[in-house]
Ligand binder design. Structure first.
Ligand code: PMP
Length: 495
């Protein structure tokens, strides 16, 4: 019998979760269930997803900032199907096909800055790994600098530059010669550079975790400092690039920044095919690919696959035709203004950080007594728990996907497709307002959802030391969780 995708999908409709639980990642399935994100989507278009019952969901995550041009864009879909129909060979390896050259030229046209060589990758992480190798090779030095709070991927080298302990823990020893700097700190950067062993400083213009924005001038001055000390300045635009922040690169809004390497990925895929690009100065490239026998000294089997190149080319075209970076600027401002207007009414809303359609809503300790106690109690259990009291009702009551994006500070993060409209903003703001009203009522249903998570996911051994640090909330937290309830719920979760 020949392979029939439509039939395969039809005969397994409704089985996605059990298949995933049994054969892929049972813990992830459990987590999705717990926060009520265990939906099976059957269709997607632009910024919307639909389940089998025909319910529509507004996607404010955008596949982790991947679907910049919206899901299943007809132009990209057609380009990919045209490519498949054309039977153009891909991955011949010992050839030079037309598509990588075209995509590299298009990227250079948008990025400029004398970043004249392009190495293609299959992911953001691979781009970062390449940047580490290229920096060391170009300078002959060992050390890579990164910022606390950074996220550059989870492979061994990228993980050594990950600023979040929860990702690092359990995978020690991490490679040496990676040193962390405080966020946004030029003095520390200069002190580290002065040691003379630094190959490169890798930095996200806006940190994805927490949506932390550097102060204006930091990136320009950091690049100048790196060059003064013979180190490379590497900009990780994996998340911020391809129009996300309102310009092609986020550094386009940051004055005289002079990168030696820029890493792109995510949005370049059109939401379809993994692809990334490491753009370097010729001088850097020539150190790495220095002789004929080193012409492919850094490479990977799939790194210029035809489908990936087509996805990249079509994405750049759509981004421009539909002026999506401009839309990100306009719609992002609309969202920000709406959120700022709500701020005085809700004690829990802290700083709002926004650049284009990369938005972080930080939650802050409230001032009134009851809410302050509730806040401390939740934080005694887990630093990131509070934000789930926002993501859960946004999904449950309003069918909006959003995500937690903090380390120690609770932050709700929004990275929707750049196609969202002012109507979507109105819908989101209405839903967010209702959610805020709910969470400012303690006790109440929003807090019950947190209690359910705490009971199921926080092992007493984990929670106890944190609670003990805050003795005055210990009693309240244990009463709120309730011992007999705890046992019942844990038994349930094992069923
Ligand atoms: N750098 C940044 C800034 C990222 O946000 C990510 C992914 N979240 C990566 C690197 C890693 O990219 P990937 O998941 O495609 O490997």
């Amino acid at each position: 019998m020949s392979f029939d995708l439509a039939q395969l999908q039809a005969t397994h409709r409704g089985a996605a979760q059990s298949l995933h639980r049994d054969h892929v990642n049972p813990k992830w399935m459990q987590a999705l269930k717990l926060i009520g994100f265990d939906h099976e989507y059957v269709r997607a278009e632009s910024q919307y997803l639909w389940d089998a019952k025909g319910n529509r969901y507004l996607d404010m995550i955008g596949g982790y900032a991947v679907c910049n041009v919206g899901r299943n864009h007809p132009v990209i879909r057609k380009a990919l199907t045209d490519f498949l129909a054309s039977q153009t060979p891909s991955m011949v390896q010992f050839d030079a096909s037309i598509l990588p050259g075209l995509l590299a030229r298009q990227l250079k046209g948008r990025v400029g800055r004398d970043l004249d060589r392009v190495f293609f990758t299959n992911s953001g992480t691979e781009g970062i790994e390449a940047a580490i190798k290229f920096s060391r090779c170009a300078t002959g030095r060992p050390t890579m600098l990164y910022e606390k709070g950074a996220f550059h991927g989870l492979s061994t080298g990228a993980l050594a530059m990950n600023g979040c302990e929860s990702f690092r823990s359990g995978f020690e020893p991490h490679p040496k010669d990676f040193r962390a700097l405080p966020f946004n700190d030029l003095v520390s950067l200069e002190r580290e550079l002065a040691r003379g062993d630094v190959a490169g400083f890798v930095v996200e213009p806006i940190q994805g975790k927490g949506v932390n924005v550097h102060s204006y001038g930091f990136l320009a001055e950091a690049s100048a400092l790196c060059h003064r000390h013979g180190a490379l300045f590497v900009v990780d635009e994996v998340q911020t690039g391809v129009g996300r922040t309102g310009s092609f690169l986020a550094i386009d809004q940051e004055g005289a920044v002079e990168p030696d390497i820029v890493v792109l990925s995510k949005g370049l895929s059109g939401g379809y095919v993994p692809v990334g690009a490491v753009m370097t100065k010729t001088a850097v490239w020539d150190k790495v690919f220095s002789r004929l026998d080193r012409a492919i000294v850094h490479s990977s089997t799939f790194h210029m696959s035809g489908l990936a190149m087509v996805a990249g080319l079509a994405t750049l075209s759509v981004l421009e035709d539909e002026r999506l970076a401009e839309n990100a600027t306009q719609i992002g401002a609309l969202l920000r203004n709406g959120l700022e207007a709500m701020k005085p009414r809700f004690e829990f809303i802290g700083a709002i950080r926004q650049r284009g359609l990369m938005i972080g809503i930080e939650f802050a300790k409230p001032s009134s007594l009851t809410l302050r106690m509730a806040w401390r109690m939740i934080h005694a259990l887990d630093d990131n728990l509070f934000t789930q009291a926002v993501t859960i009702p946004l999904m449950q009551d309003h069918r909006i996907l959003s995500q937690v994006a903090g380390h120690a500070i609770p932050v709700l993060k929004l990275t929707p497709p750049l196609t969202i409209s002012s109507d979507d903003v109105t819908d989101f703001l209405g839903a967010f307002e209702k959610t805020m009203i709910g969470i400012h009522r303690f006790p109440g249903p929003a807090w019950d959802a947190l209690r359910r998570i705490a009971l199921n996911s926080l092992r007493p051994n984990n929670a106890a030391p944190k609670i003990a640090q805050e003795l005055d909330v210990h009693q309240a937290a244990s009463e709120w969780l309730g011992e007999s309830d705890t046992t019942d719920q844990r038994t349930d979760s094992r069923k």
